[in-house]
Structure formats: C-alpha cells, structure tokens
Design a protein around this ligand. Structure first.
Ligand code: G1P
Length: 284
C-alpha cells in the first residue's frame, strides 16, 4: 500500500530565468494552477494523502500555497480549500545542500520510513485521467516491485533523461535491465526515457546511501535504481498518455496551450481564438 508521495522541489530553476529569479519554478502557473499543484492532485487522486516536499529556503511560497489556513467567509474559500483537502497532510524537509535528485529522495527517509512510496517530479506534467500515478499503483499492487515510468523520446534528447533498457513483459510493462543518467545518443541503451514518476520499495534508501556523485557531479536517483536492480526486480511502466516537459520553456508553452484548450471555463473561447489566428507566414 503506497500512502506517501515525495516531491523533490529544491532545484534552482535556472532554465526559467528570468521568471524564476524570485519565484520557484514549481509556482509558475499553467493556465490557473501552479505546476506543483498538478503533481499533488495527481498523487491525491491516486489515494495518497501524505505529501512530503523536499525543499530549500527559496521555496517558502510553495509551503504558503499548500497552507490550509483559509478564512471561512472568503468568497474564494472553496477554490482555496480544494488545494489542501482536510485529509491531506503536507510535510516539509529541507535539503541542506543541492547535491542532486538522489540526495533529495534520501532526505525523505525519516518521513517515509520502511514503506513503499511514490516520487513525482512536478516538471513533468501528465494531465490525462486516470493519472499516471494511479495507473502505476495498480501495477504495484500486482507486482510489488519498484516501477519507473518511461516514454520513447527522440534519441537526440537522451542527454536530458535517465534512459533505460529492458525486456518487454506485457504491452505496458518492461523488466528493467539497465538504466543510465543522461547518456549521449550513441550511449543511450534504447529510446525509452524515464519521465519523472517512480514507485519505490524502501530498499531504494539503502541503494542511495553512500552513492558517489554521478552525471553532472550530482547524486543521481538513476544510479541508485541501477544499484537496486542488482538486488531486486525493477519494472518500467510504458506510459502512453500526453506528457509535457515543463522543465523546458517549449514544453511549458505546449502545456499551457493544451490545458488552456481543455479548461472548463476558458477552453471553448481559447480554442476558437487559437483557430482564428492567421497561420504563420511562409518564409520563401
Ligand atoms: C531528472 C532525472 C532523470 C529523468 C528526468 C525526467 O532529471 O534525473 O533521470 O529522466 O528527471 O524529467 P532532471 O530533469 O532533473 O535533470
């Protein structure tokens, strides 16, 4: 049973400068919700109630966003209460130094303890319903193995991702054989990239301990998964739904346009406006 989700949010957000000089990138809104809220809602909809944020001194506004204190008479109280339902518990752990994603996840150990848990990277926005975390949890219920979500990417993008190799088990599931952080296209073991959703058995914490820095000089979660693989089976879940890499400006814009079109209040008007725009002039 997975009851806890870890959200590593201590990244610097440099790819979004100047927007992120004073605002955490997780607070940048896609239409009308900050990026982090999409990930938290995905975990909540999967039945997870304890949200663990791995944070730093620059992320106070994320804690404020999820603070449940709302004036009951506020005309917007309903919208605000929905951010933090009564049965949701948010906890905050400071990552003392920016040592990498693997180190951030290890910082959650005192709060996770010895139970399986989810990790969600809010940069990756996957809005299809049912959410990807819920789908992965169904697989976890059956197999009780750690799972990483993957999608095919163009080979030339392999240096942005953890890349895997494995043996297909079913249409959705792959038995993981190898995982490498940000390899060159020549070294990538396949075109399948890890897309920021993980379910772990608590054995990942032992794999993270004393892990030397890897790609980019950081303690990499990918390297711990490679270690874990030597002890127990790990599965890859091949996700077919829409994904927006909101860690890049292009992906963020694509998410804004796609979610704008689907928005219950704005969708119809926005779609009409979009379709009425003259197409780009052809450059001859
Ligand atoms: C992280 C992980 C990488 C994964 C990616 C997904 O990289 O280290 O393995 O593929 O997220 O978005 P980052 O985007 O933090 O550089």
């Amino acid at each position: 049973m997975i009851r806890k989700a870890v959200f590593p949010i201590a990244g610097a957000g440099t790819r979004f400068l100047p927007a992120t000089k004073a605002i955490p990138k997780e607070m940048l809104p896609v239409v009308d919700k900050p990026l982090i809220q999409y990930a938290v809602e995905e975990a909540y909809q999967a039945g997870i109630r304890q949200m663990i944020f791995i944070t730093n001194h620059r992320k106070q506004s994320v804690a404020d966003h999820f603070d449940p204190a709302v004036a009951p008479t506020d005309q917007y109280a309903q919208i605000l209460r929905a951010i933090t339902p009564d049965d949701m518990v948010c906890t905050w752990v400071r990552q003392p130094q920016p040592l990498g994603l693997g180190h951030a996840v290890l910082c959650a150990e005192p709060l996770v303890g010895t139970e399986p848990f989810a990790v969600l990277l809010a940069d990756e926005l996957m809005p299809d319903q049912p959410g990807i975390t819920a789908r992965m949890m169904q697989q976890f219920d059956q197999h009780a193995s750690s799972l990483v979500a993957v999608q095919p990417v163009p080979r030339e993008h392999s240096q942005r991702y953890g890349m895997i190799r494995g043996t297909p088990l079913t249409t959705d599931l792959i038995s993981l054989q190898d995982i490498v952080e940000k390899p060159t296209p020549e070294d990538a073991p396949s075109d399948l990239a890890v897309v920021g959703r993980y379910l772990f058995t608590p054995a990942i914490f032992r794999a993270l301990e004393h892990l030397p820095p890897g790609a980019g000089g950081e303690i990499q979660l990918t390297d711990a998964i490679a270690r874990l693989l030597r002890q127990e089976a790990v599965l890859a879940y091949q996700y077919q739904g829409a994904r927006y890499d909101c860690g890049s400006k292009l992906g963020f814009l694509q998410a804004t346009v796609a979610l704008g079109q689907q928005h219950p209040e704005l969708g119809t008007d926005f779609t009409h406006w979009l379709h009425a725009q003259p197409s780009s002039p052809t450059i001859s």
